[in-house]
Design a binder for this molecule. Structure first.
Ligand code: NAG
Ligand code: NAG
Ligand code: NAG
Length: 516
């Protein structure tokens, strides 16, 4: 039974951009924005907002990735542009500086959501209801859709490229080449996902391989050249960021510095978390596809092409030591395509009451998970930054030390005040020094000893005016005798606290004069 969502005029028509659908989706993503008040990973701020803030307002911390030139400015430029507009119209209040980039990302996600629906609509002859429900009840997608995370933007671009990719019949269709080239700059690992699809395309077009490759070249050169120009302009010298990325992460193996998981992690943990309830229909779909996919007729079968792409990508990602949920986010559209196909087929014989029951379960689990993760899990940082930012607007000689796992708090993009800050350092061992220990590790091995070394030799008036810690660190006595008192205790993750963080964020403030 196809669910009829609109009841009125169809929301999607082949060949025209569905603006009414876009409005609906902007509304849905705005709801996500309202629910999600938590932080997820440091990259969300430090690899996007912070860099843009530095470029536009002249202060902001650049992590080593930006000094080495291994990240592209494509995404940062969008946010810089937004900041520049706010600055130009003198709308740069701290609240707007925080909210506007997330709204922008929410709108970009809504546009890509439209492309997802159009894609399914065109490939399944108008049957998109289950894809719609499945996509918007995948909580991890909702959780990330309004985050200024490069993986979210990568997912957005991937969806648009999937829409333009010539699945069946294979034609010489090039918009997708431009988008994939852009993707490879935005996030070089996108090359992994697109390799099988490009190979399938090249081998199925009835033209010599060199002819097809040559026909890709103009888009490649145009978009690639533009990206190199942008990156080099922003960086200040000629850089090809994907190449630097490759050199650092693969040749120097810096990635494993950030933690390793066992090879099967994506199968038993990564996929189930990212797909949520869709894991079951997706697994069923994969079993069916594994039985029916043949290399010989690949070019006639859309889902087989996706299946091969997903299997290949998960395989490659599983071999890389550093694994995270967000790395497989760009595969979610193809996975949901497959899982919603299974649901759609199943629903044609299921009873109404069962369908409604399943629908209610999907929506409830999604909303429950989103509210929990957005409102109760890892929420301390943003609230703490709000309080610090408010204080920093009036006290320009503020000196804030974050004695927390490195980069677990946002930086100037959330303070929006040029005050002095210190974050524990955790740069990887870029120069290959022997016995390398990061400052962050030193601190967490023995916080008391670290604080003694760091602060005991300072004149009292040069001590930081504010110290921020998680409650997992107890240096209360140490701070107390230096005239610090705790001014805020902010709920952070009371249900599933991380070892290095804890349940609360503590902000201490020092009584006493600063040096003249
Ligand atoms: C920010 O503060 C630093 C240190 O006080 C100063 O050197 C820098 O010029 C300031 N930047 C801006 C844009 O005000
Ligand atoms: C921190 O340590 C002090 C003693 O050093 C103790 O009195 C206090 O209860 C501890 N606080 C927490 C939250 O563990
Ligand atoms: C703490 O405050 C007292 C009284 O205001 C002052 O005498 C003392 O020097 C201060 N100690 C430090 C370490 O700032």
């Amino acid at each position: 039974m196809p669910l009829n969502l609109s009841g009125m005029k169809p929301l999607v028509n082949v060949g025209e951009f569905p603006f009414r659908l876009l409005l609906l989706l902007v509304f849905l993503r705005t709801m996500d924005l309202v629910w999600v008040k938590s932080t997820y990973v440091p990259d969300e701020y430090w690899q996007s907002l912070e860099v843009a803030h530095n470029k536009v307002f002249g202060y902001g911390y650049l992590t080593w990735e930006w000094i080495e030139g291994i990240r592209s400015y494509v995404y940062v430029s969008l946010i810089s542009l937004l900041y520049a507009i706010l600055k130009f119209f003198e709308l740069e209040s701290p609240e707007l500086i925080i909210l506007a980039p997330r709204m922008l990302q929410g709108i970009i996600s809504s546009v890509s959501d439209v492309y997802f629906i159009r894609w399914v609509h065109e490939k399944r002859n108008g049957q998109y209801s289950w894809a719609f429900i499945s996509w918007f009840t995948t909580f991890f997608v909702s959780y990330c859709s309004t985050r200024t995370l490069i993986n979210t933007f990568e997912m957005n671009l991937t969806i648009i490229a999937l829409y333009y990719y010539p699945w069946t019949p294979k034609t010489n269709n090039f918009p997708f080449v431009s988008i994939v080239t852009l993707l490879c700059f935005v996030r070089p690992t996108a090359g992994v996902i697109w390799l099988p699809l490009i190979l399938i395309n090249i081998s199925s077009v009835r033209k010599p391989v060199t002819y097809t490759l040559m026909s890709y070249l103009p888009n490649l050169i145009l978009v690639g050249g533009a990206c190199v120009a942008l990156d080099s302009y922003m960086h200040g010298s000629l850089v090809v960021t994907p190449w630097n990325f490759f050199k650092t992460n693969v040749l120097k193996d810096i990635g494993s510095f950030y933690g390793t998981h066992d090879p099967l992690w994506y199968l038993y943990c990564g996929l189930p978390v990212v797909l949520g309830l869709q894991t079951l229909p997706f697994a069923i779909g994969c079993f069916r596809l594994a039985g029916t996919s043949r290399l010989s007729n690949l070019k006639y079968n859309l889902e087989s092409q996706m299946f091969i792409t997903i299997v290949w990508s998960i395989l490659v990602y599983s071999l890389l030591p550093h694994k995270e949920f967000r790395f497989i986010l760009p595969l979610a559209p193809m996975m949901i395509y497959i899982s919603s196909g299974v649901l759609s087929k199943w629903s044609s014989t299921a009873s109404y009451s069962l369908l409604y029951f399943i629908g209610v379960v999907m929506i409830s689990v999604h909303t429950g998970a989103l509210i929990f993760l957005g409102q109760f899990h890892q929420t301390g940082q943003l609230e703490a930054m709000e309080k610090l930012s408010l204080a920093a607007q009036n006290q320009t000689d503020m000196k804030i030390h974050f004695l927390t796992p490195c980069h677990s708090f946002p930086g100037y993009s959330h303070l929006h005040a040029n005050v002095s800050t210190k974050y524990l350092n955790c740069e990887p061992n870029l120069d290959g020094a022997p016995d390398y220990v990061t400052e962050d590790e030193l601190f967490f091995n023995n916080s008391r000893a670290w604080a003694d070394r760091e602060y005991s030799t300072l004149r009292p008036c040069t001590l930081p005016s504010h110290i921020v810690t998680f409650d997992s660190v107890n240096i209360t006595n140490f701070l107390y005798i230096r005239n610090y008192t705790r001014i805020h205790r902010i709920s952070h993750a009371e249900y599933f606290p991380d070892d290095k963080q804890g349940k609360f964020v503590h902000i201490y403030k020092r009584r006493g004069a600063r040096c003249a």
